[in-house]
Each structure stands twice: as C-alpha cells, then as structure tokens.
Design a binder for this molecule. Sequence first.
Ligand code: ARG
Length: 508
Amino acid sequence: HQQEQQLHVRKQKEIKSGDLGDDEDGSGGGGGLEGTDPEENNSVHLKRRVGLVSGVALIVGTMIGSGIFVSPSGLLVRTGSIGISFLVWTACGLLSLCGALAYAELGTMNTSSGAEYAYFMDAFGAPPAFLFSWVSTLVLKPSQMAIISLSFAQYAVEAFAADCDPPEEVVKIVALLAIILILLVNCYSVNLATGVQNAFTAAKLIAILVVIAGGSYKLIQGNTQHLKGAFDTMDGGTVNIGRLATAFYTGLWAYDGWNNLNYVTEEIKNPSKNLPRSIMIGIPLVTLCYALINVSYLAVMSPSEMIESEAVAVTFGNRILGVMAWLMPLSVAISTFGSANGTLFAAGRLCFAASREGHLLDCLSYVHVRRFTPAPGLIFHSLVAGAMVLSGNIDSLIDFFSFTAWIFYGGAMLALLVMRRTRPNHPRPYKCPLMIPVLVLGISAYLIVAPIIDKPQIEYLYAAGFILAGMLVYLPFVKYGYVPKFMEGVNAFLQMLLEVAPTAAAFD
Ligand code: ARG
C-alpha cells in the first residue's frame, strides 16, 4: 500500500509541471503527513498545516476573546440572579458543544473549507449558500473582527492611560493598527499565523489560571458569602422568556468561535480524526474555564459590584493582584488579539472557498504564489472590518451579530438533517446522535424568534432585509454570470500587485 501511495505521489509531482517549488517560509509545517499527502503537491494550493494542537488552539484561542472578561455583568443584568446567570453560562457551553458536534459530522463528510457555505451548497444548493457568503463576508466576519479589535484597543490603551478614560479616536486608531498587524501576519505565512494563535492561546490560558487560582484562594479563605442565595432575584431584575434569549446572546458571544475550525478543513492534517478531536477537547475546556472564572469573580466581588464594573476582570485584578494589577488588562489585550487573529484566519478561508465557486469576486479566491496564503480574501475582510471600526459601536453590534449568526447555525443543523435523508450512504467518519441537531435547531429557532417577540426592533428587520437583498445580487451576477468588462483588468492587476494566482482547484 505504501509503495502504491509513493507512486501516486510521484505521478502527481510529474503531472504538476507548474510546481512552484518549496514554500518560502521554509518551516515545512513539521507534520508527518507532509509530503505523503498527494494534496501537498498541488502547484498553488493551501497546504495542510494544522495539526491537533493548532486545531485546538484555533478553537479555544478564538472562542476565548473578550467575552469572559467583560460579559458576566451584562449576563447578570439580563438574568437577574447569579444562579440563573450561571445556568445560562453552562447552557451556552453545552449548546456550543452540541452545535460543534453536529459541525464535526458535517465537516468530516465534506472536507472542503468554508463551513456553512460548503454544507449549504451540499444540502440546499447554490442560492442559500450564496446568501450565507454574502452576509458573512460583508457583515458577520468583519463585525466579529471589528468588535474584537475594538475591545483589544480599549484594554491596550487603558493599560497606559490608567487614570482617565482613553479618547475614542486613540482607541479606534489602535484597533486599526491591530487589524493591520494581524493582516500582515496572516498574509506572511500560515505557520506564523498558527504560531501566533498557539502562543496567544497558551498565554490566555495562563491568565485564566491566574484568575481561577486567585478566586479559589479567596474561597478557601472563606469568602463564600456572594455565592449564597444564588437564585434570589436581585433588585430590579426580572427574567422572562424573551429577555432570557438576549441573555443567551450575551453568553453565546463569549462562546462564539466554536465552529472556527470548520472554516479551514482543507488545511487540517487528517481532518476526519483531528476535526472531531479538536472540537471534543476544545469546547469542554472553554466551558470549564468559563464556569470556574464566574465563581472566581464572585469570590472577590458581590453581584451588584459586578454589574457596576465596566470590565469585571480588571476590577478583579485591582482587588486581588495588588502591584501586579496591570496583568489583567494586558491579559485581556492578549486574549482579544489572539481571538482576532483566529477570526481573520477563518474569514480568509471562507472568502476563498466562496469565491472559488464563483460566488464572490474571482480575485478573492487567489492564493499567494510563494506563501500559500489567501491574501486577497484576508485584505478584503480587513478593509471591511476597518470600515466598521471607524463607524461602529460595539454594544448593539453583538445582539444583531448573534441574531444573524444563529439563523445560519440553525440552517447548518437543517442541512445535516436534510443530508441524513438525501445522502444516507455518504461516508460519515464521525456521526453525531440525531438528537443533537434536532435540539440545536429548536434552540436556534427560539433564539431567533424570542427576542423579536419580547421587544420588536427595526434592526432585526434590517438584518433579515439585508439577507434577502443578497438575492438581488445573486440573480444577475452569479446565476446569469454577468461580469463587468473592467473586472478582467482588475483581476490581472491584482495578480501582479499582490503576487497571487488562482488555485489549482479553481481550474478543476
Ligand atoms: N468568543 C469571542 C469573544 O469572547 C468572539 C469570537 C468571535 N467569533 C468568531 N467566530 N471568530 O470575544
């Protein structure tokens, strides 16, 4: 069998006469699979460089961003008691795990990059897949990036301007600089990007351990008073079923990113094993961290102090770390920077996958000829994210982000159920229990409908309208394939300017 494989590899090498040689960053990816995987030898192609560790880091390092350091107060306000808020935190973790297990089935069934995009193509065909790529390249992914880099900037600046509120312009400029830096890293090399991701993930896990250790110390000393009467409703707090959904939005933002690895399946080594494994290690790990951190916060401050605090983690640091209090804003900055890096990494691949099918501008599917990074897609995302940083404010963005995102997460569950019927015999290296997608589908329906019933807001209508407006673009430009004449020139110019070329797959 081995001989056969070697022969196959050699043949592939001969066929690809346009082989552009070794990758320039020369790191070789360090994986045993490299060189034996026929796909490695494509001329211009994204390479398989993400192993189990990087896979877990791409999930954990993206999920843990600003949420856990900031949202606990918001969640407390929306649930009215620490007991319910703790339940919501845990439920969000379970929901993310269930969602991700369903994505593990989808991602091992169809191993092309692009997550929802690829699964919608399989299950529902081109129009819904296009609508997804339309919304996520123009709104979802850039808004994630914008929110996270703004939080990064807020903490990074705060570390230097301890005694006064940092001016808004400075925060925005720092956010833009962060986006540019992350863009450069990601365009430079895939290994550098995953290296940054791994290092930052390790750093933020250490920061989380510090918080948990500090909290445990206080609890052992007997500071358990805030944990008593957990389900007593605080002053002014009420929960109803619609408000609970928005509490979930806040919590789920902190967990968002659980599907991050599915965007880059084409670059995972041995995806049918490593994708489910990374999910099963990563998401429970994050859930555990979040649960413990919440208890730690309460060991140090009361629920009402938590609500008043702008950033719980920083208040926590000031109370317990003494002269080392600066560690907290620094950790949040590290955490958000890493999360933004993972977000851009995935966003570039989504753009790449959708434009390869002719659903977005052709040039967005090009790959750098020596560095094998999807540079145009990355640049495009950063530009949109930059525009959002300049014009946007983060708070309301999160609710509308979650609203729109859960429409598509629900859609992916439907895709799984549909394909169980339409492709019953398709190989499924990982198969999740049927209950899971059914449950997640039900919950996502609740998450979409409940906030509208609770408090109808025109913005929800805008979000839905924007999704549908995609159809107006789809018909002329995608279905009937109208391409304005000048695009040829633009494509050629970009190829020379950025040293990018269409991938081998684009020719298939
Ligand atoms: N969960 C992260 C946070 O707490 C945000 C992740 C953004 N989502 C993503 N898919 N990249 O800030």
